[in-house]
Design a protein around this ligand. Structure first.
Ligand code: C2E
Ligand code: MG
Ligand code: MG
Length: 739
């Protein structure tokens, strides 16, 4: 920006450029004693004129000074340019604007001051328009002596002086500031019409201006809203104290930001993110308020949806694991405060997987929704029902009393109610009538001593015990369960060594027909632990399943059994006997399951028709298509199949008929109560007649008494296995037993 010329510069220059006194005036003001005598007569008159002249001269000089000051220090630059484009003269303001000493500007070509981008324009104007027109106004970018540039406004006109070539008079104004201001206004105007709603109010909160986005969001046109007080936008959602506090903050800090519910013209309430800024004058008084806001209806809805998704199970709308975890933590804190017990109840639907696999996931989903409703209807309002995924539900109970025994009784009551609610009535799943049962594990908590994940583990463990030991029932976690868990891992370690140390054996339990002839045996694995003695397969088989040890163990059993069959072929007493082996899910899932069996059967060269494989329903239902494929491949080798523990699982005709089975094996639990429990009696009879209808033979396991075998025989079941006819025994004993 140009520097204003100083008085000092001008005084020095003035003294040089000021006109000298003319000789005529010099003469007229000579002193009286130097005058010729004849003039003395009128001396007094002359003195008076002399004084007058002196005054006139002084006035003239003052006027010249004033004119020079006016010219030199004018607020704009003046310069004259010759027809050839050379600067003839320039005032001090002009030289200062250009940042070049005046004497260096005289005779300089004006075009050299024009920045290169504008130089063509200058030539066009100078050579064309300016030559013909009277006055000409235009803007140019000029370059100062220090190479900085500025926006200049030039007003040009021709001056004709007698006898001299015409010259151009130029008034030069630095309009850089104005240009910037214009630019800023242009930007501000564009910015004002942005996506955000903008409102400008005066210091009295009277609305002065709104932008298009504001009109679109609120529905108010500028005509309707300008002149109104800001209050018109209040929704009634916030109280007066809210707004009072907001204005206190704005006036104290200059700005306020937050979420506000306002009302559109159509009455609709909507959330907005509002920023109010006070515009202050130099003295600090507020002159305006600028309010910008964005409609956050969509964002709020998305947030709510995300929250919902993050904390709720989308299928049942029940809290998910995360929300349960929050609630459990709150419950532990409040238990700490109140001294009251709470309980965490895990439940898992029995045979859910089978339902899903046979009827499809949409039917499974309907069951889960149904169970969720029943659970919600059963528990108290402040108890939490959550779904962890799959068929796992959790109920969190609070305020169960200050005594552990009392709390356990309360929790058990709820658990029983929950169990009855789930199992009581049938579910209508599309066109299926379905009955469902659950296994429930419960753990109590008191204060915050037990960490959250520990409580989850405890309830989970109790649930698994409920499932494993006592189907359809309920188990409480207690420290002895933990001991069982520890023992389990110790057993796992020992089991890994067992086969190498020769601690595993195969025992054979006879299977007999109605003539009481032994027709075969079931091979059952036995483990004699060096310290613990015999360990039940119902304990070590699940461990082996879990750790994968079942694969080598299963192969070892198969090898042993095939070798046994081969040996029996040589003996007339045993050559017609078959042996049934148990196959666990993990073994069956192996992709090379069929191949391994084929290989062993071929290598040992046994008669495959003497080998029978026992499968369970749940194993088959894991993947029915795959099961059928594998079974058919083994059937092609003449290996037989028996469905073990039949009746405890899904027991549906629909899939049983699809499987290439030879035999159904009625589960011992039905046989046990066959004489006392009418429903077990009916189940057994139904299984027998169903088996006959679809052409399968049927065997009953766990037969312990003559009455049981009589009843079974009477009902049409002609093959039996059970203590009545012999326990599982080592092969030598089995041979003796045959005799
Ligand atoms: P399972 O296949 O259902 O075997 C029948 C179970 O009933 C055997 O228990 C047998 O000893 C028992 N049992 C037989 N007669 C009677 C009776 O009259 N009364 C009673 N109360 N029980 C009787 P065990 O040997 O303890 O085997 C339990 C389960 O362990 C078996 O059930 C089977 O699922 C599994 N298992 C046993 N050996 C093997 C094996 O080599 N491989 C696999 N994968 N599983 C096996
Ligand atoms: Mg079996
Ligand atoms: Mg069985």
């Amino acid at each position: 920006m140009s520097k204003k010329p100083s008085k000092q510069d001008s005084l020095q220059e003035n003294s040089e450029t000021r006109l000298a006194h003319t000789p005529a005036i010099e003469a007229s003001i000579r002193p009286a004693d130097e005058m010729p005598h004849e003039f003395n007569v009128h001396q007094s008159e002359l003195e008076a004129r002399y004084e007058e002249l002196g005054r006139a001269h002084l006035a003239l000089e003052e006027s010249r000074d004033r004119y020079l000051n006016l010219y030199e220090f004018a607020s704009v630059g003046y310069l004259t340019v010759t027809r050839e484009g050379l600067i003839a003269e320039i005032n001090l303001t002009g030289a200062t604007l250009l940042g070049v000493e005046r004497n260096k500007l005289i005779n300089r070509r004006f075009a050299t001051l024009v920045v290169s981008k504008d130089s063509d324009r200058w030539h066009r104007i100078f050579m064309g328009e300016m030559q013909h027109e009277e006055g000409h106004n235009f803007e140019l970018m000029l370059q100062r002596g220090d190479n900085s540039v500025f926006h200049a406004q030039l007003n040009c006109s021709w001056r004709l002086t007698a006898g001299c070539a015409p010259i151009i008079c130029i008034t030069l104004t630095d309009i850089t500031k104005r240009k910037y201001a214009e630019e800023e206004l242009r930007i501000a105007a564009v910015a004002f019409q942005c996506q955000e709603s903008i409102l400008i109010a005066d210091a009295n909160q009277v609305i002065l201006r709104v932008n298009r986005a504001f009109t679109e969001t609120t529905g108010y046109s500028p005509e309707e809203i300008v002149g109104q007080k800001l209050r018109i936008l209040h929704s009634g959602h916030h109280d007066d104290a809210f707004y009072a506090e907001m204005w206190v903050i704005i006036n104290r800090t200059g700005t306020w930001q937050g979420e506000v519910w306002n009302r559109r013209k159509n009455g609709e309430l909507y959330p907005q993110w509002l920023t109010v800024t006070a515009v202050k004058a130099d003295d600090g008084t507020v002159t305006h308020y600028v309010s910008t806001h964005t409609d956050i209806t969509v964002r709020k809805a998305a947030e709510a949806e995300i929250m919902d998704m993050a904390y709720n199970d989308p299928l049942t709308q029940l809290p998910n694991r995360r929300m349960l975890s929050d609630r459990l933590n709150q419950a532990r804190v409040s238990s700490q405060r109140s001294g009251q017990y709470g309980a965490l109840m895990f439940m898992d639907l029995n045979n859910f997987k089978a339902l899903n696999d046979t009827h499809g996931h949409d039917v499974g989903d309907l069951l889960l929704i149904g169970v969720a409703h029943r659970l919600l209807d059963t528990v108290r309002e402040h108890d939490t029902v959550a779904r962890l995924g799959g068929d796992e539900f959790v109920v969190l109970l609070e305020n169960l009393g200050k005594e552990s025994k009392e709390a356990a009784v309360q929790a058990e009551l709820v658990a029983q109610k929950v169990h009855e609610a789930i199992a009581g009535d049938s579910y209508n799943l599309k066109d299926h009538v379905y009955y469902c049962t659950a296994s429930i594990g419960v753990t109590l908590f008191h204060n915050q001593d037990t960490p959250e994940d520990e409580l989850f583990k405890q309830a989970d463990l109790a649930m698994y015990q409920a499932k494993a030991l006592d189907r359809n029932h309920l188990r409480f976690f207690d420290p002895s369960m933990q001991t069982a868990l520890d023992e389990r891992s110790a057993l796992d370690a020992d089991l890994r060594q067992a086969s190498m140390r020769g601690e595993l054996q195969v025992h054979y339990q006879p299977q007999i027909n109605s003539l009481r002839h032994v027709i075969g045996a079931e091979a059952l694995c036995r483990w004699t632990h060096p310290k613990r003695g015999p360990v039940s397969p119902s304990i070590f088989i699940p461990i082996a399943e879990e750790t994968g040890l079942i694969i080598p163990i299963g192969l070892w059993i198969l090898e042993t059994v095939c070798a046994q069959l081969k040996e029996w072929e040589a003996d007339w007493r045993t050559r017609n006997l078959h042996i049934a082996i148990n196959v666990s899910a993990r073994q069956f899932r192996q992709t090379d399951f069929v191949e391994r069996i084929r290989e062993i059967v071929e290598r040992t060269a046994i008669n495959p028709a003497r080998l029978k494989i026992e499968l369970t329903e749940s194993l088959v239902l894991e993947n029915v298509t795959d099961a059928i494929k594998k079974m058919l491949a083994l059937k092609a080798l003449c290996i037989g199949f028996s469905m073990d523990d039949f009746g405890t699982g899904y027991s549906s005709l629909a899939y049983i008929t699809q499987l290439p089975l030879d035999q159904l094996k009625i589960d011992e639990s039905f046989v046990q109560n066959i004489l006392t429990n009418p429903s077990d009696k009916v189940i057994v009879q139904t299984i027998i007649s169903m088996a006959h209808t679809i052409g399968l033979n049927v065997i009953a396991e766990g037969v312990e008494t003559k009455q049981q075998s009589d009843f079974l025989e009477h009902s049409g079941c002609l093959v039996y296995q059970g203590y009545l006819f012999g326990k599982p025994m080592p092969v030598d004993e089995f041979l003796t037993h045959l005799q």
